[in-house]
Design a protein around this ligand. Sequence first.
Ligand code: AMP
Ligand code: MG
Length: 517
Amino acid sequence: MMDALKFDNRFTNTLPADAITDNTRHQVNQALYSRVDPTTVRSPHLIAYAAEVADMLGLSPEECRSELFIEVFSGNRKLDGMDPHATCYGGHQFGNWAGQLGDGRAINLGEIETPNGHLTLQLKGAGPTPYSRTADGLAVLRSSIREFLCSEAMFHLGVPTTRALCLIGTGEAVMRDILYDGHPEPEPGAIVCRVSQSFVRFGHFQMLTARKELDLLRTFTDFVIERDFPEFANIATPDRYITWFNEVCERTAGMIVEWMRVGFVHGVMNTDNMSILGETIDYGPYGWLEDFDPDWTPNTTDAQHRRYRYGQQPGIAQWNLMQLANAILPLIDDPKPLEEGLSGFARAYEKGWQAMMAAKLGLKKFESSLNDSLMMLLTARETDMTLFFRHLADVDFNTGNPVEPLLNAHYSAPDQKIIHLTSTWLEDYQQCLSQQGVDLKQRRQNMNRVNPKYVLRNYLAQLAIDDAEQGDFERVNETLDVLRRPYDEQPENEEFAEKRPEWARTRVGCSMLSCSS
Ligand code: AMP
Ligand code: MG
């Protein structure tokens, strides 16, 4: 069973381990990770698995439903060749250097070579590690459902992301104070198995530089380049590091463009939550834009400054890249090429964003003034971003009332003023389409490939969670199924495309999330 999983564990075979091995919480030196076993759980049960991820790993549906699978991915049993460990990183949290953080509740089981690339398997919520600080190393069902569903939803949308193999209930209670108001309650515990080529974060580099372990910084950076960016491994230093940094900047720019396209707000863009691969990582208090509000963040912990709001994500990504640049500066000694890399980020982002906005409108090229007036239109009333763009494709300029398909995107009944504003914009839009010679017959099809119909609306995740907390996992699986085909019309699943109902406006867990997870 599960013979396809052949472990080669390059990380632990190449890099130095923590000399302290008793899983006590401590500051780590001259090491990138600590070996630590997952904590055994009482009655693990499979809630859901992603067949596509299983397939990537060479696991059959039968294997995924087996007792062994549940034992292994709940952390109760180690397969031959696994080398469980938690890695050491630091990070800037909300703009401040936080020192050592590390995998406080993530345990890498090991790395495997597959026909689909070299991948790391990681459990999230499998018990304490030397990096757990004051916390328990566990995860609750609600946040695990959110991580599981969103990873897969993002993948199917075409956004770079870590993947999720499975979601397993532990049968154990975890205490959480959701609102941080001194009322902790027991909640069901769960574990997600995440899969990615690499779980290395900006914070790994930052930690080594902060500890002034520059030899290890060089060894580690070379390891990351050799394993995950082999195309640069033969370039002489320091150009190797510069070329690699430019690539990280470009990938990060590409990832943020995709977030902006689908209306995703990460919520906690700390440098420890930035993947070196440019993948979306660490799904915590993230959210999806409902009404198009560039100032919106789902994270109540960030409510005051809204540092990680939708519209600020590109700027924060660049700030985070600057911290990475500072961390690797000792390898290069000259800040100039790194500054150029950061400017490269800005250029790549702007170019990618313009192309993306043009595609969302079905245009051949970006039209600045049309885009500016669109932003004004979208923020004039509470307008659902997903519905607006999806329905824009349905606008028929040959009817007497082209505005009609867009009216349903508003959260309140549209008045004359907004109808007028919309039709004025549609006139400019129509003119632009015609100036650019856009084939109107192709327009709808093209737009529907970049404007999803189905996203993991905040309230949809909550509905799946509500059922799951009552022991009914059907909705988790049903939601995953719908999100597998986000750009398709699915007439039988219209309810999953509906805008946020009023009850969800203020409900905790829907549009407002804390870091408690
Ligand atoms: P986050 O911003 O949620 O990604 O987490 C920041 C840091 O806190 C990381 O080092 C996590 O591993 C750690 N952390 C978060 N939740 C827990 C938990 N329940 N137990 C232990 N460590 C945690
Ligand atoms: Mg994190």
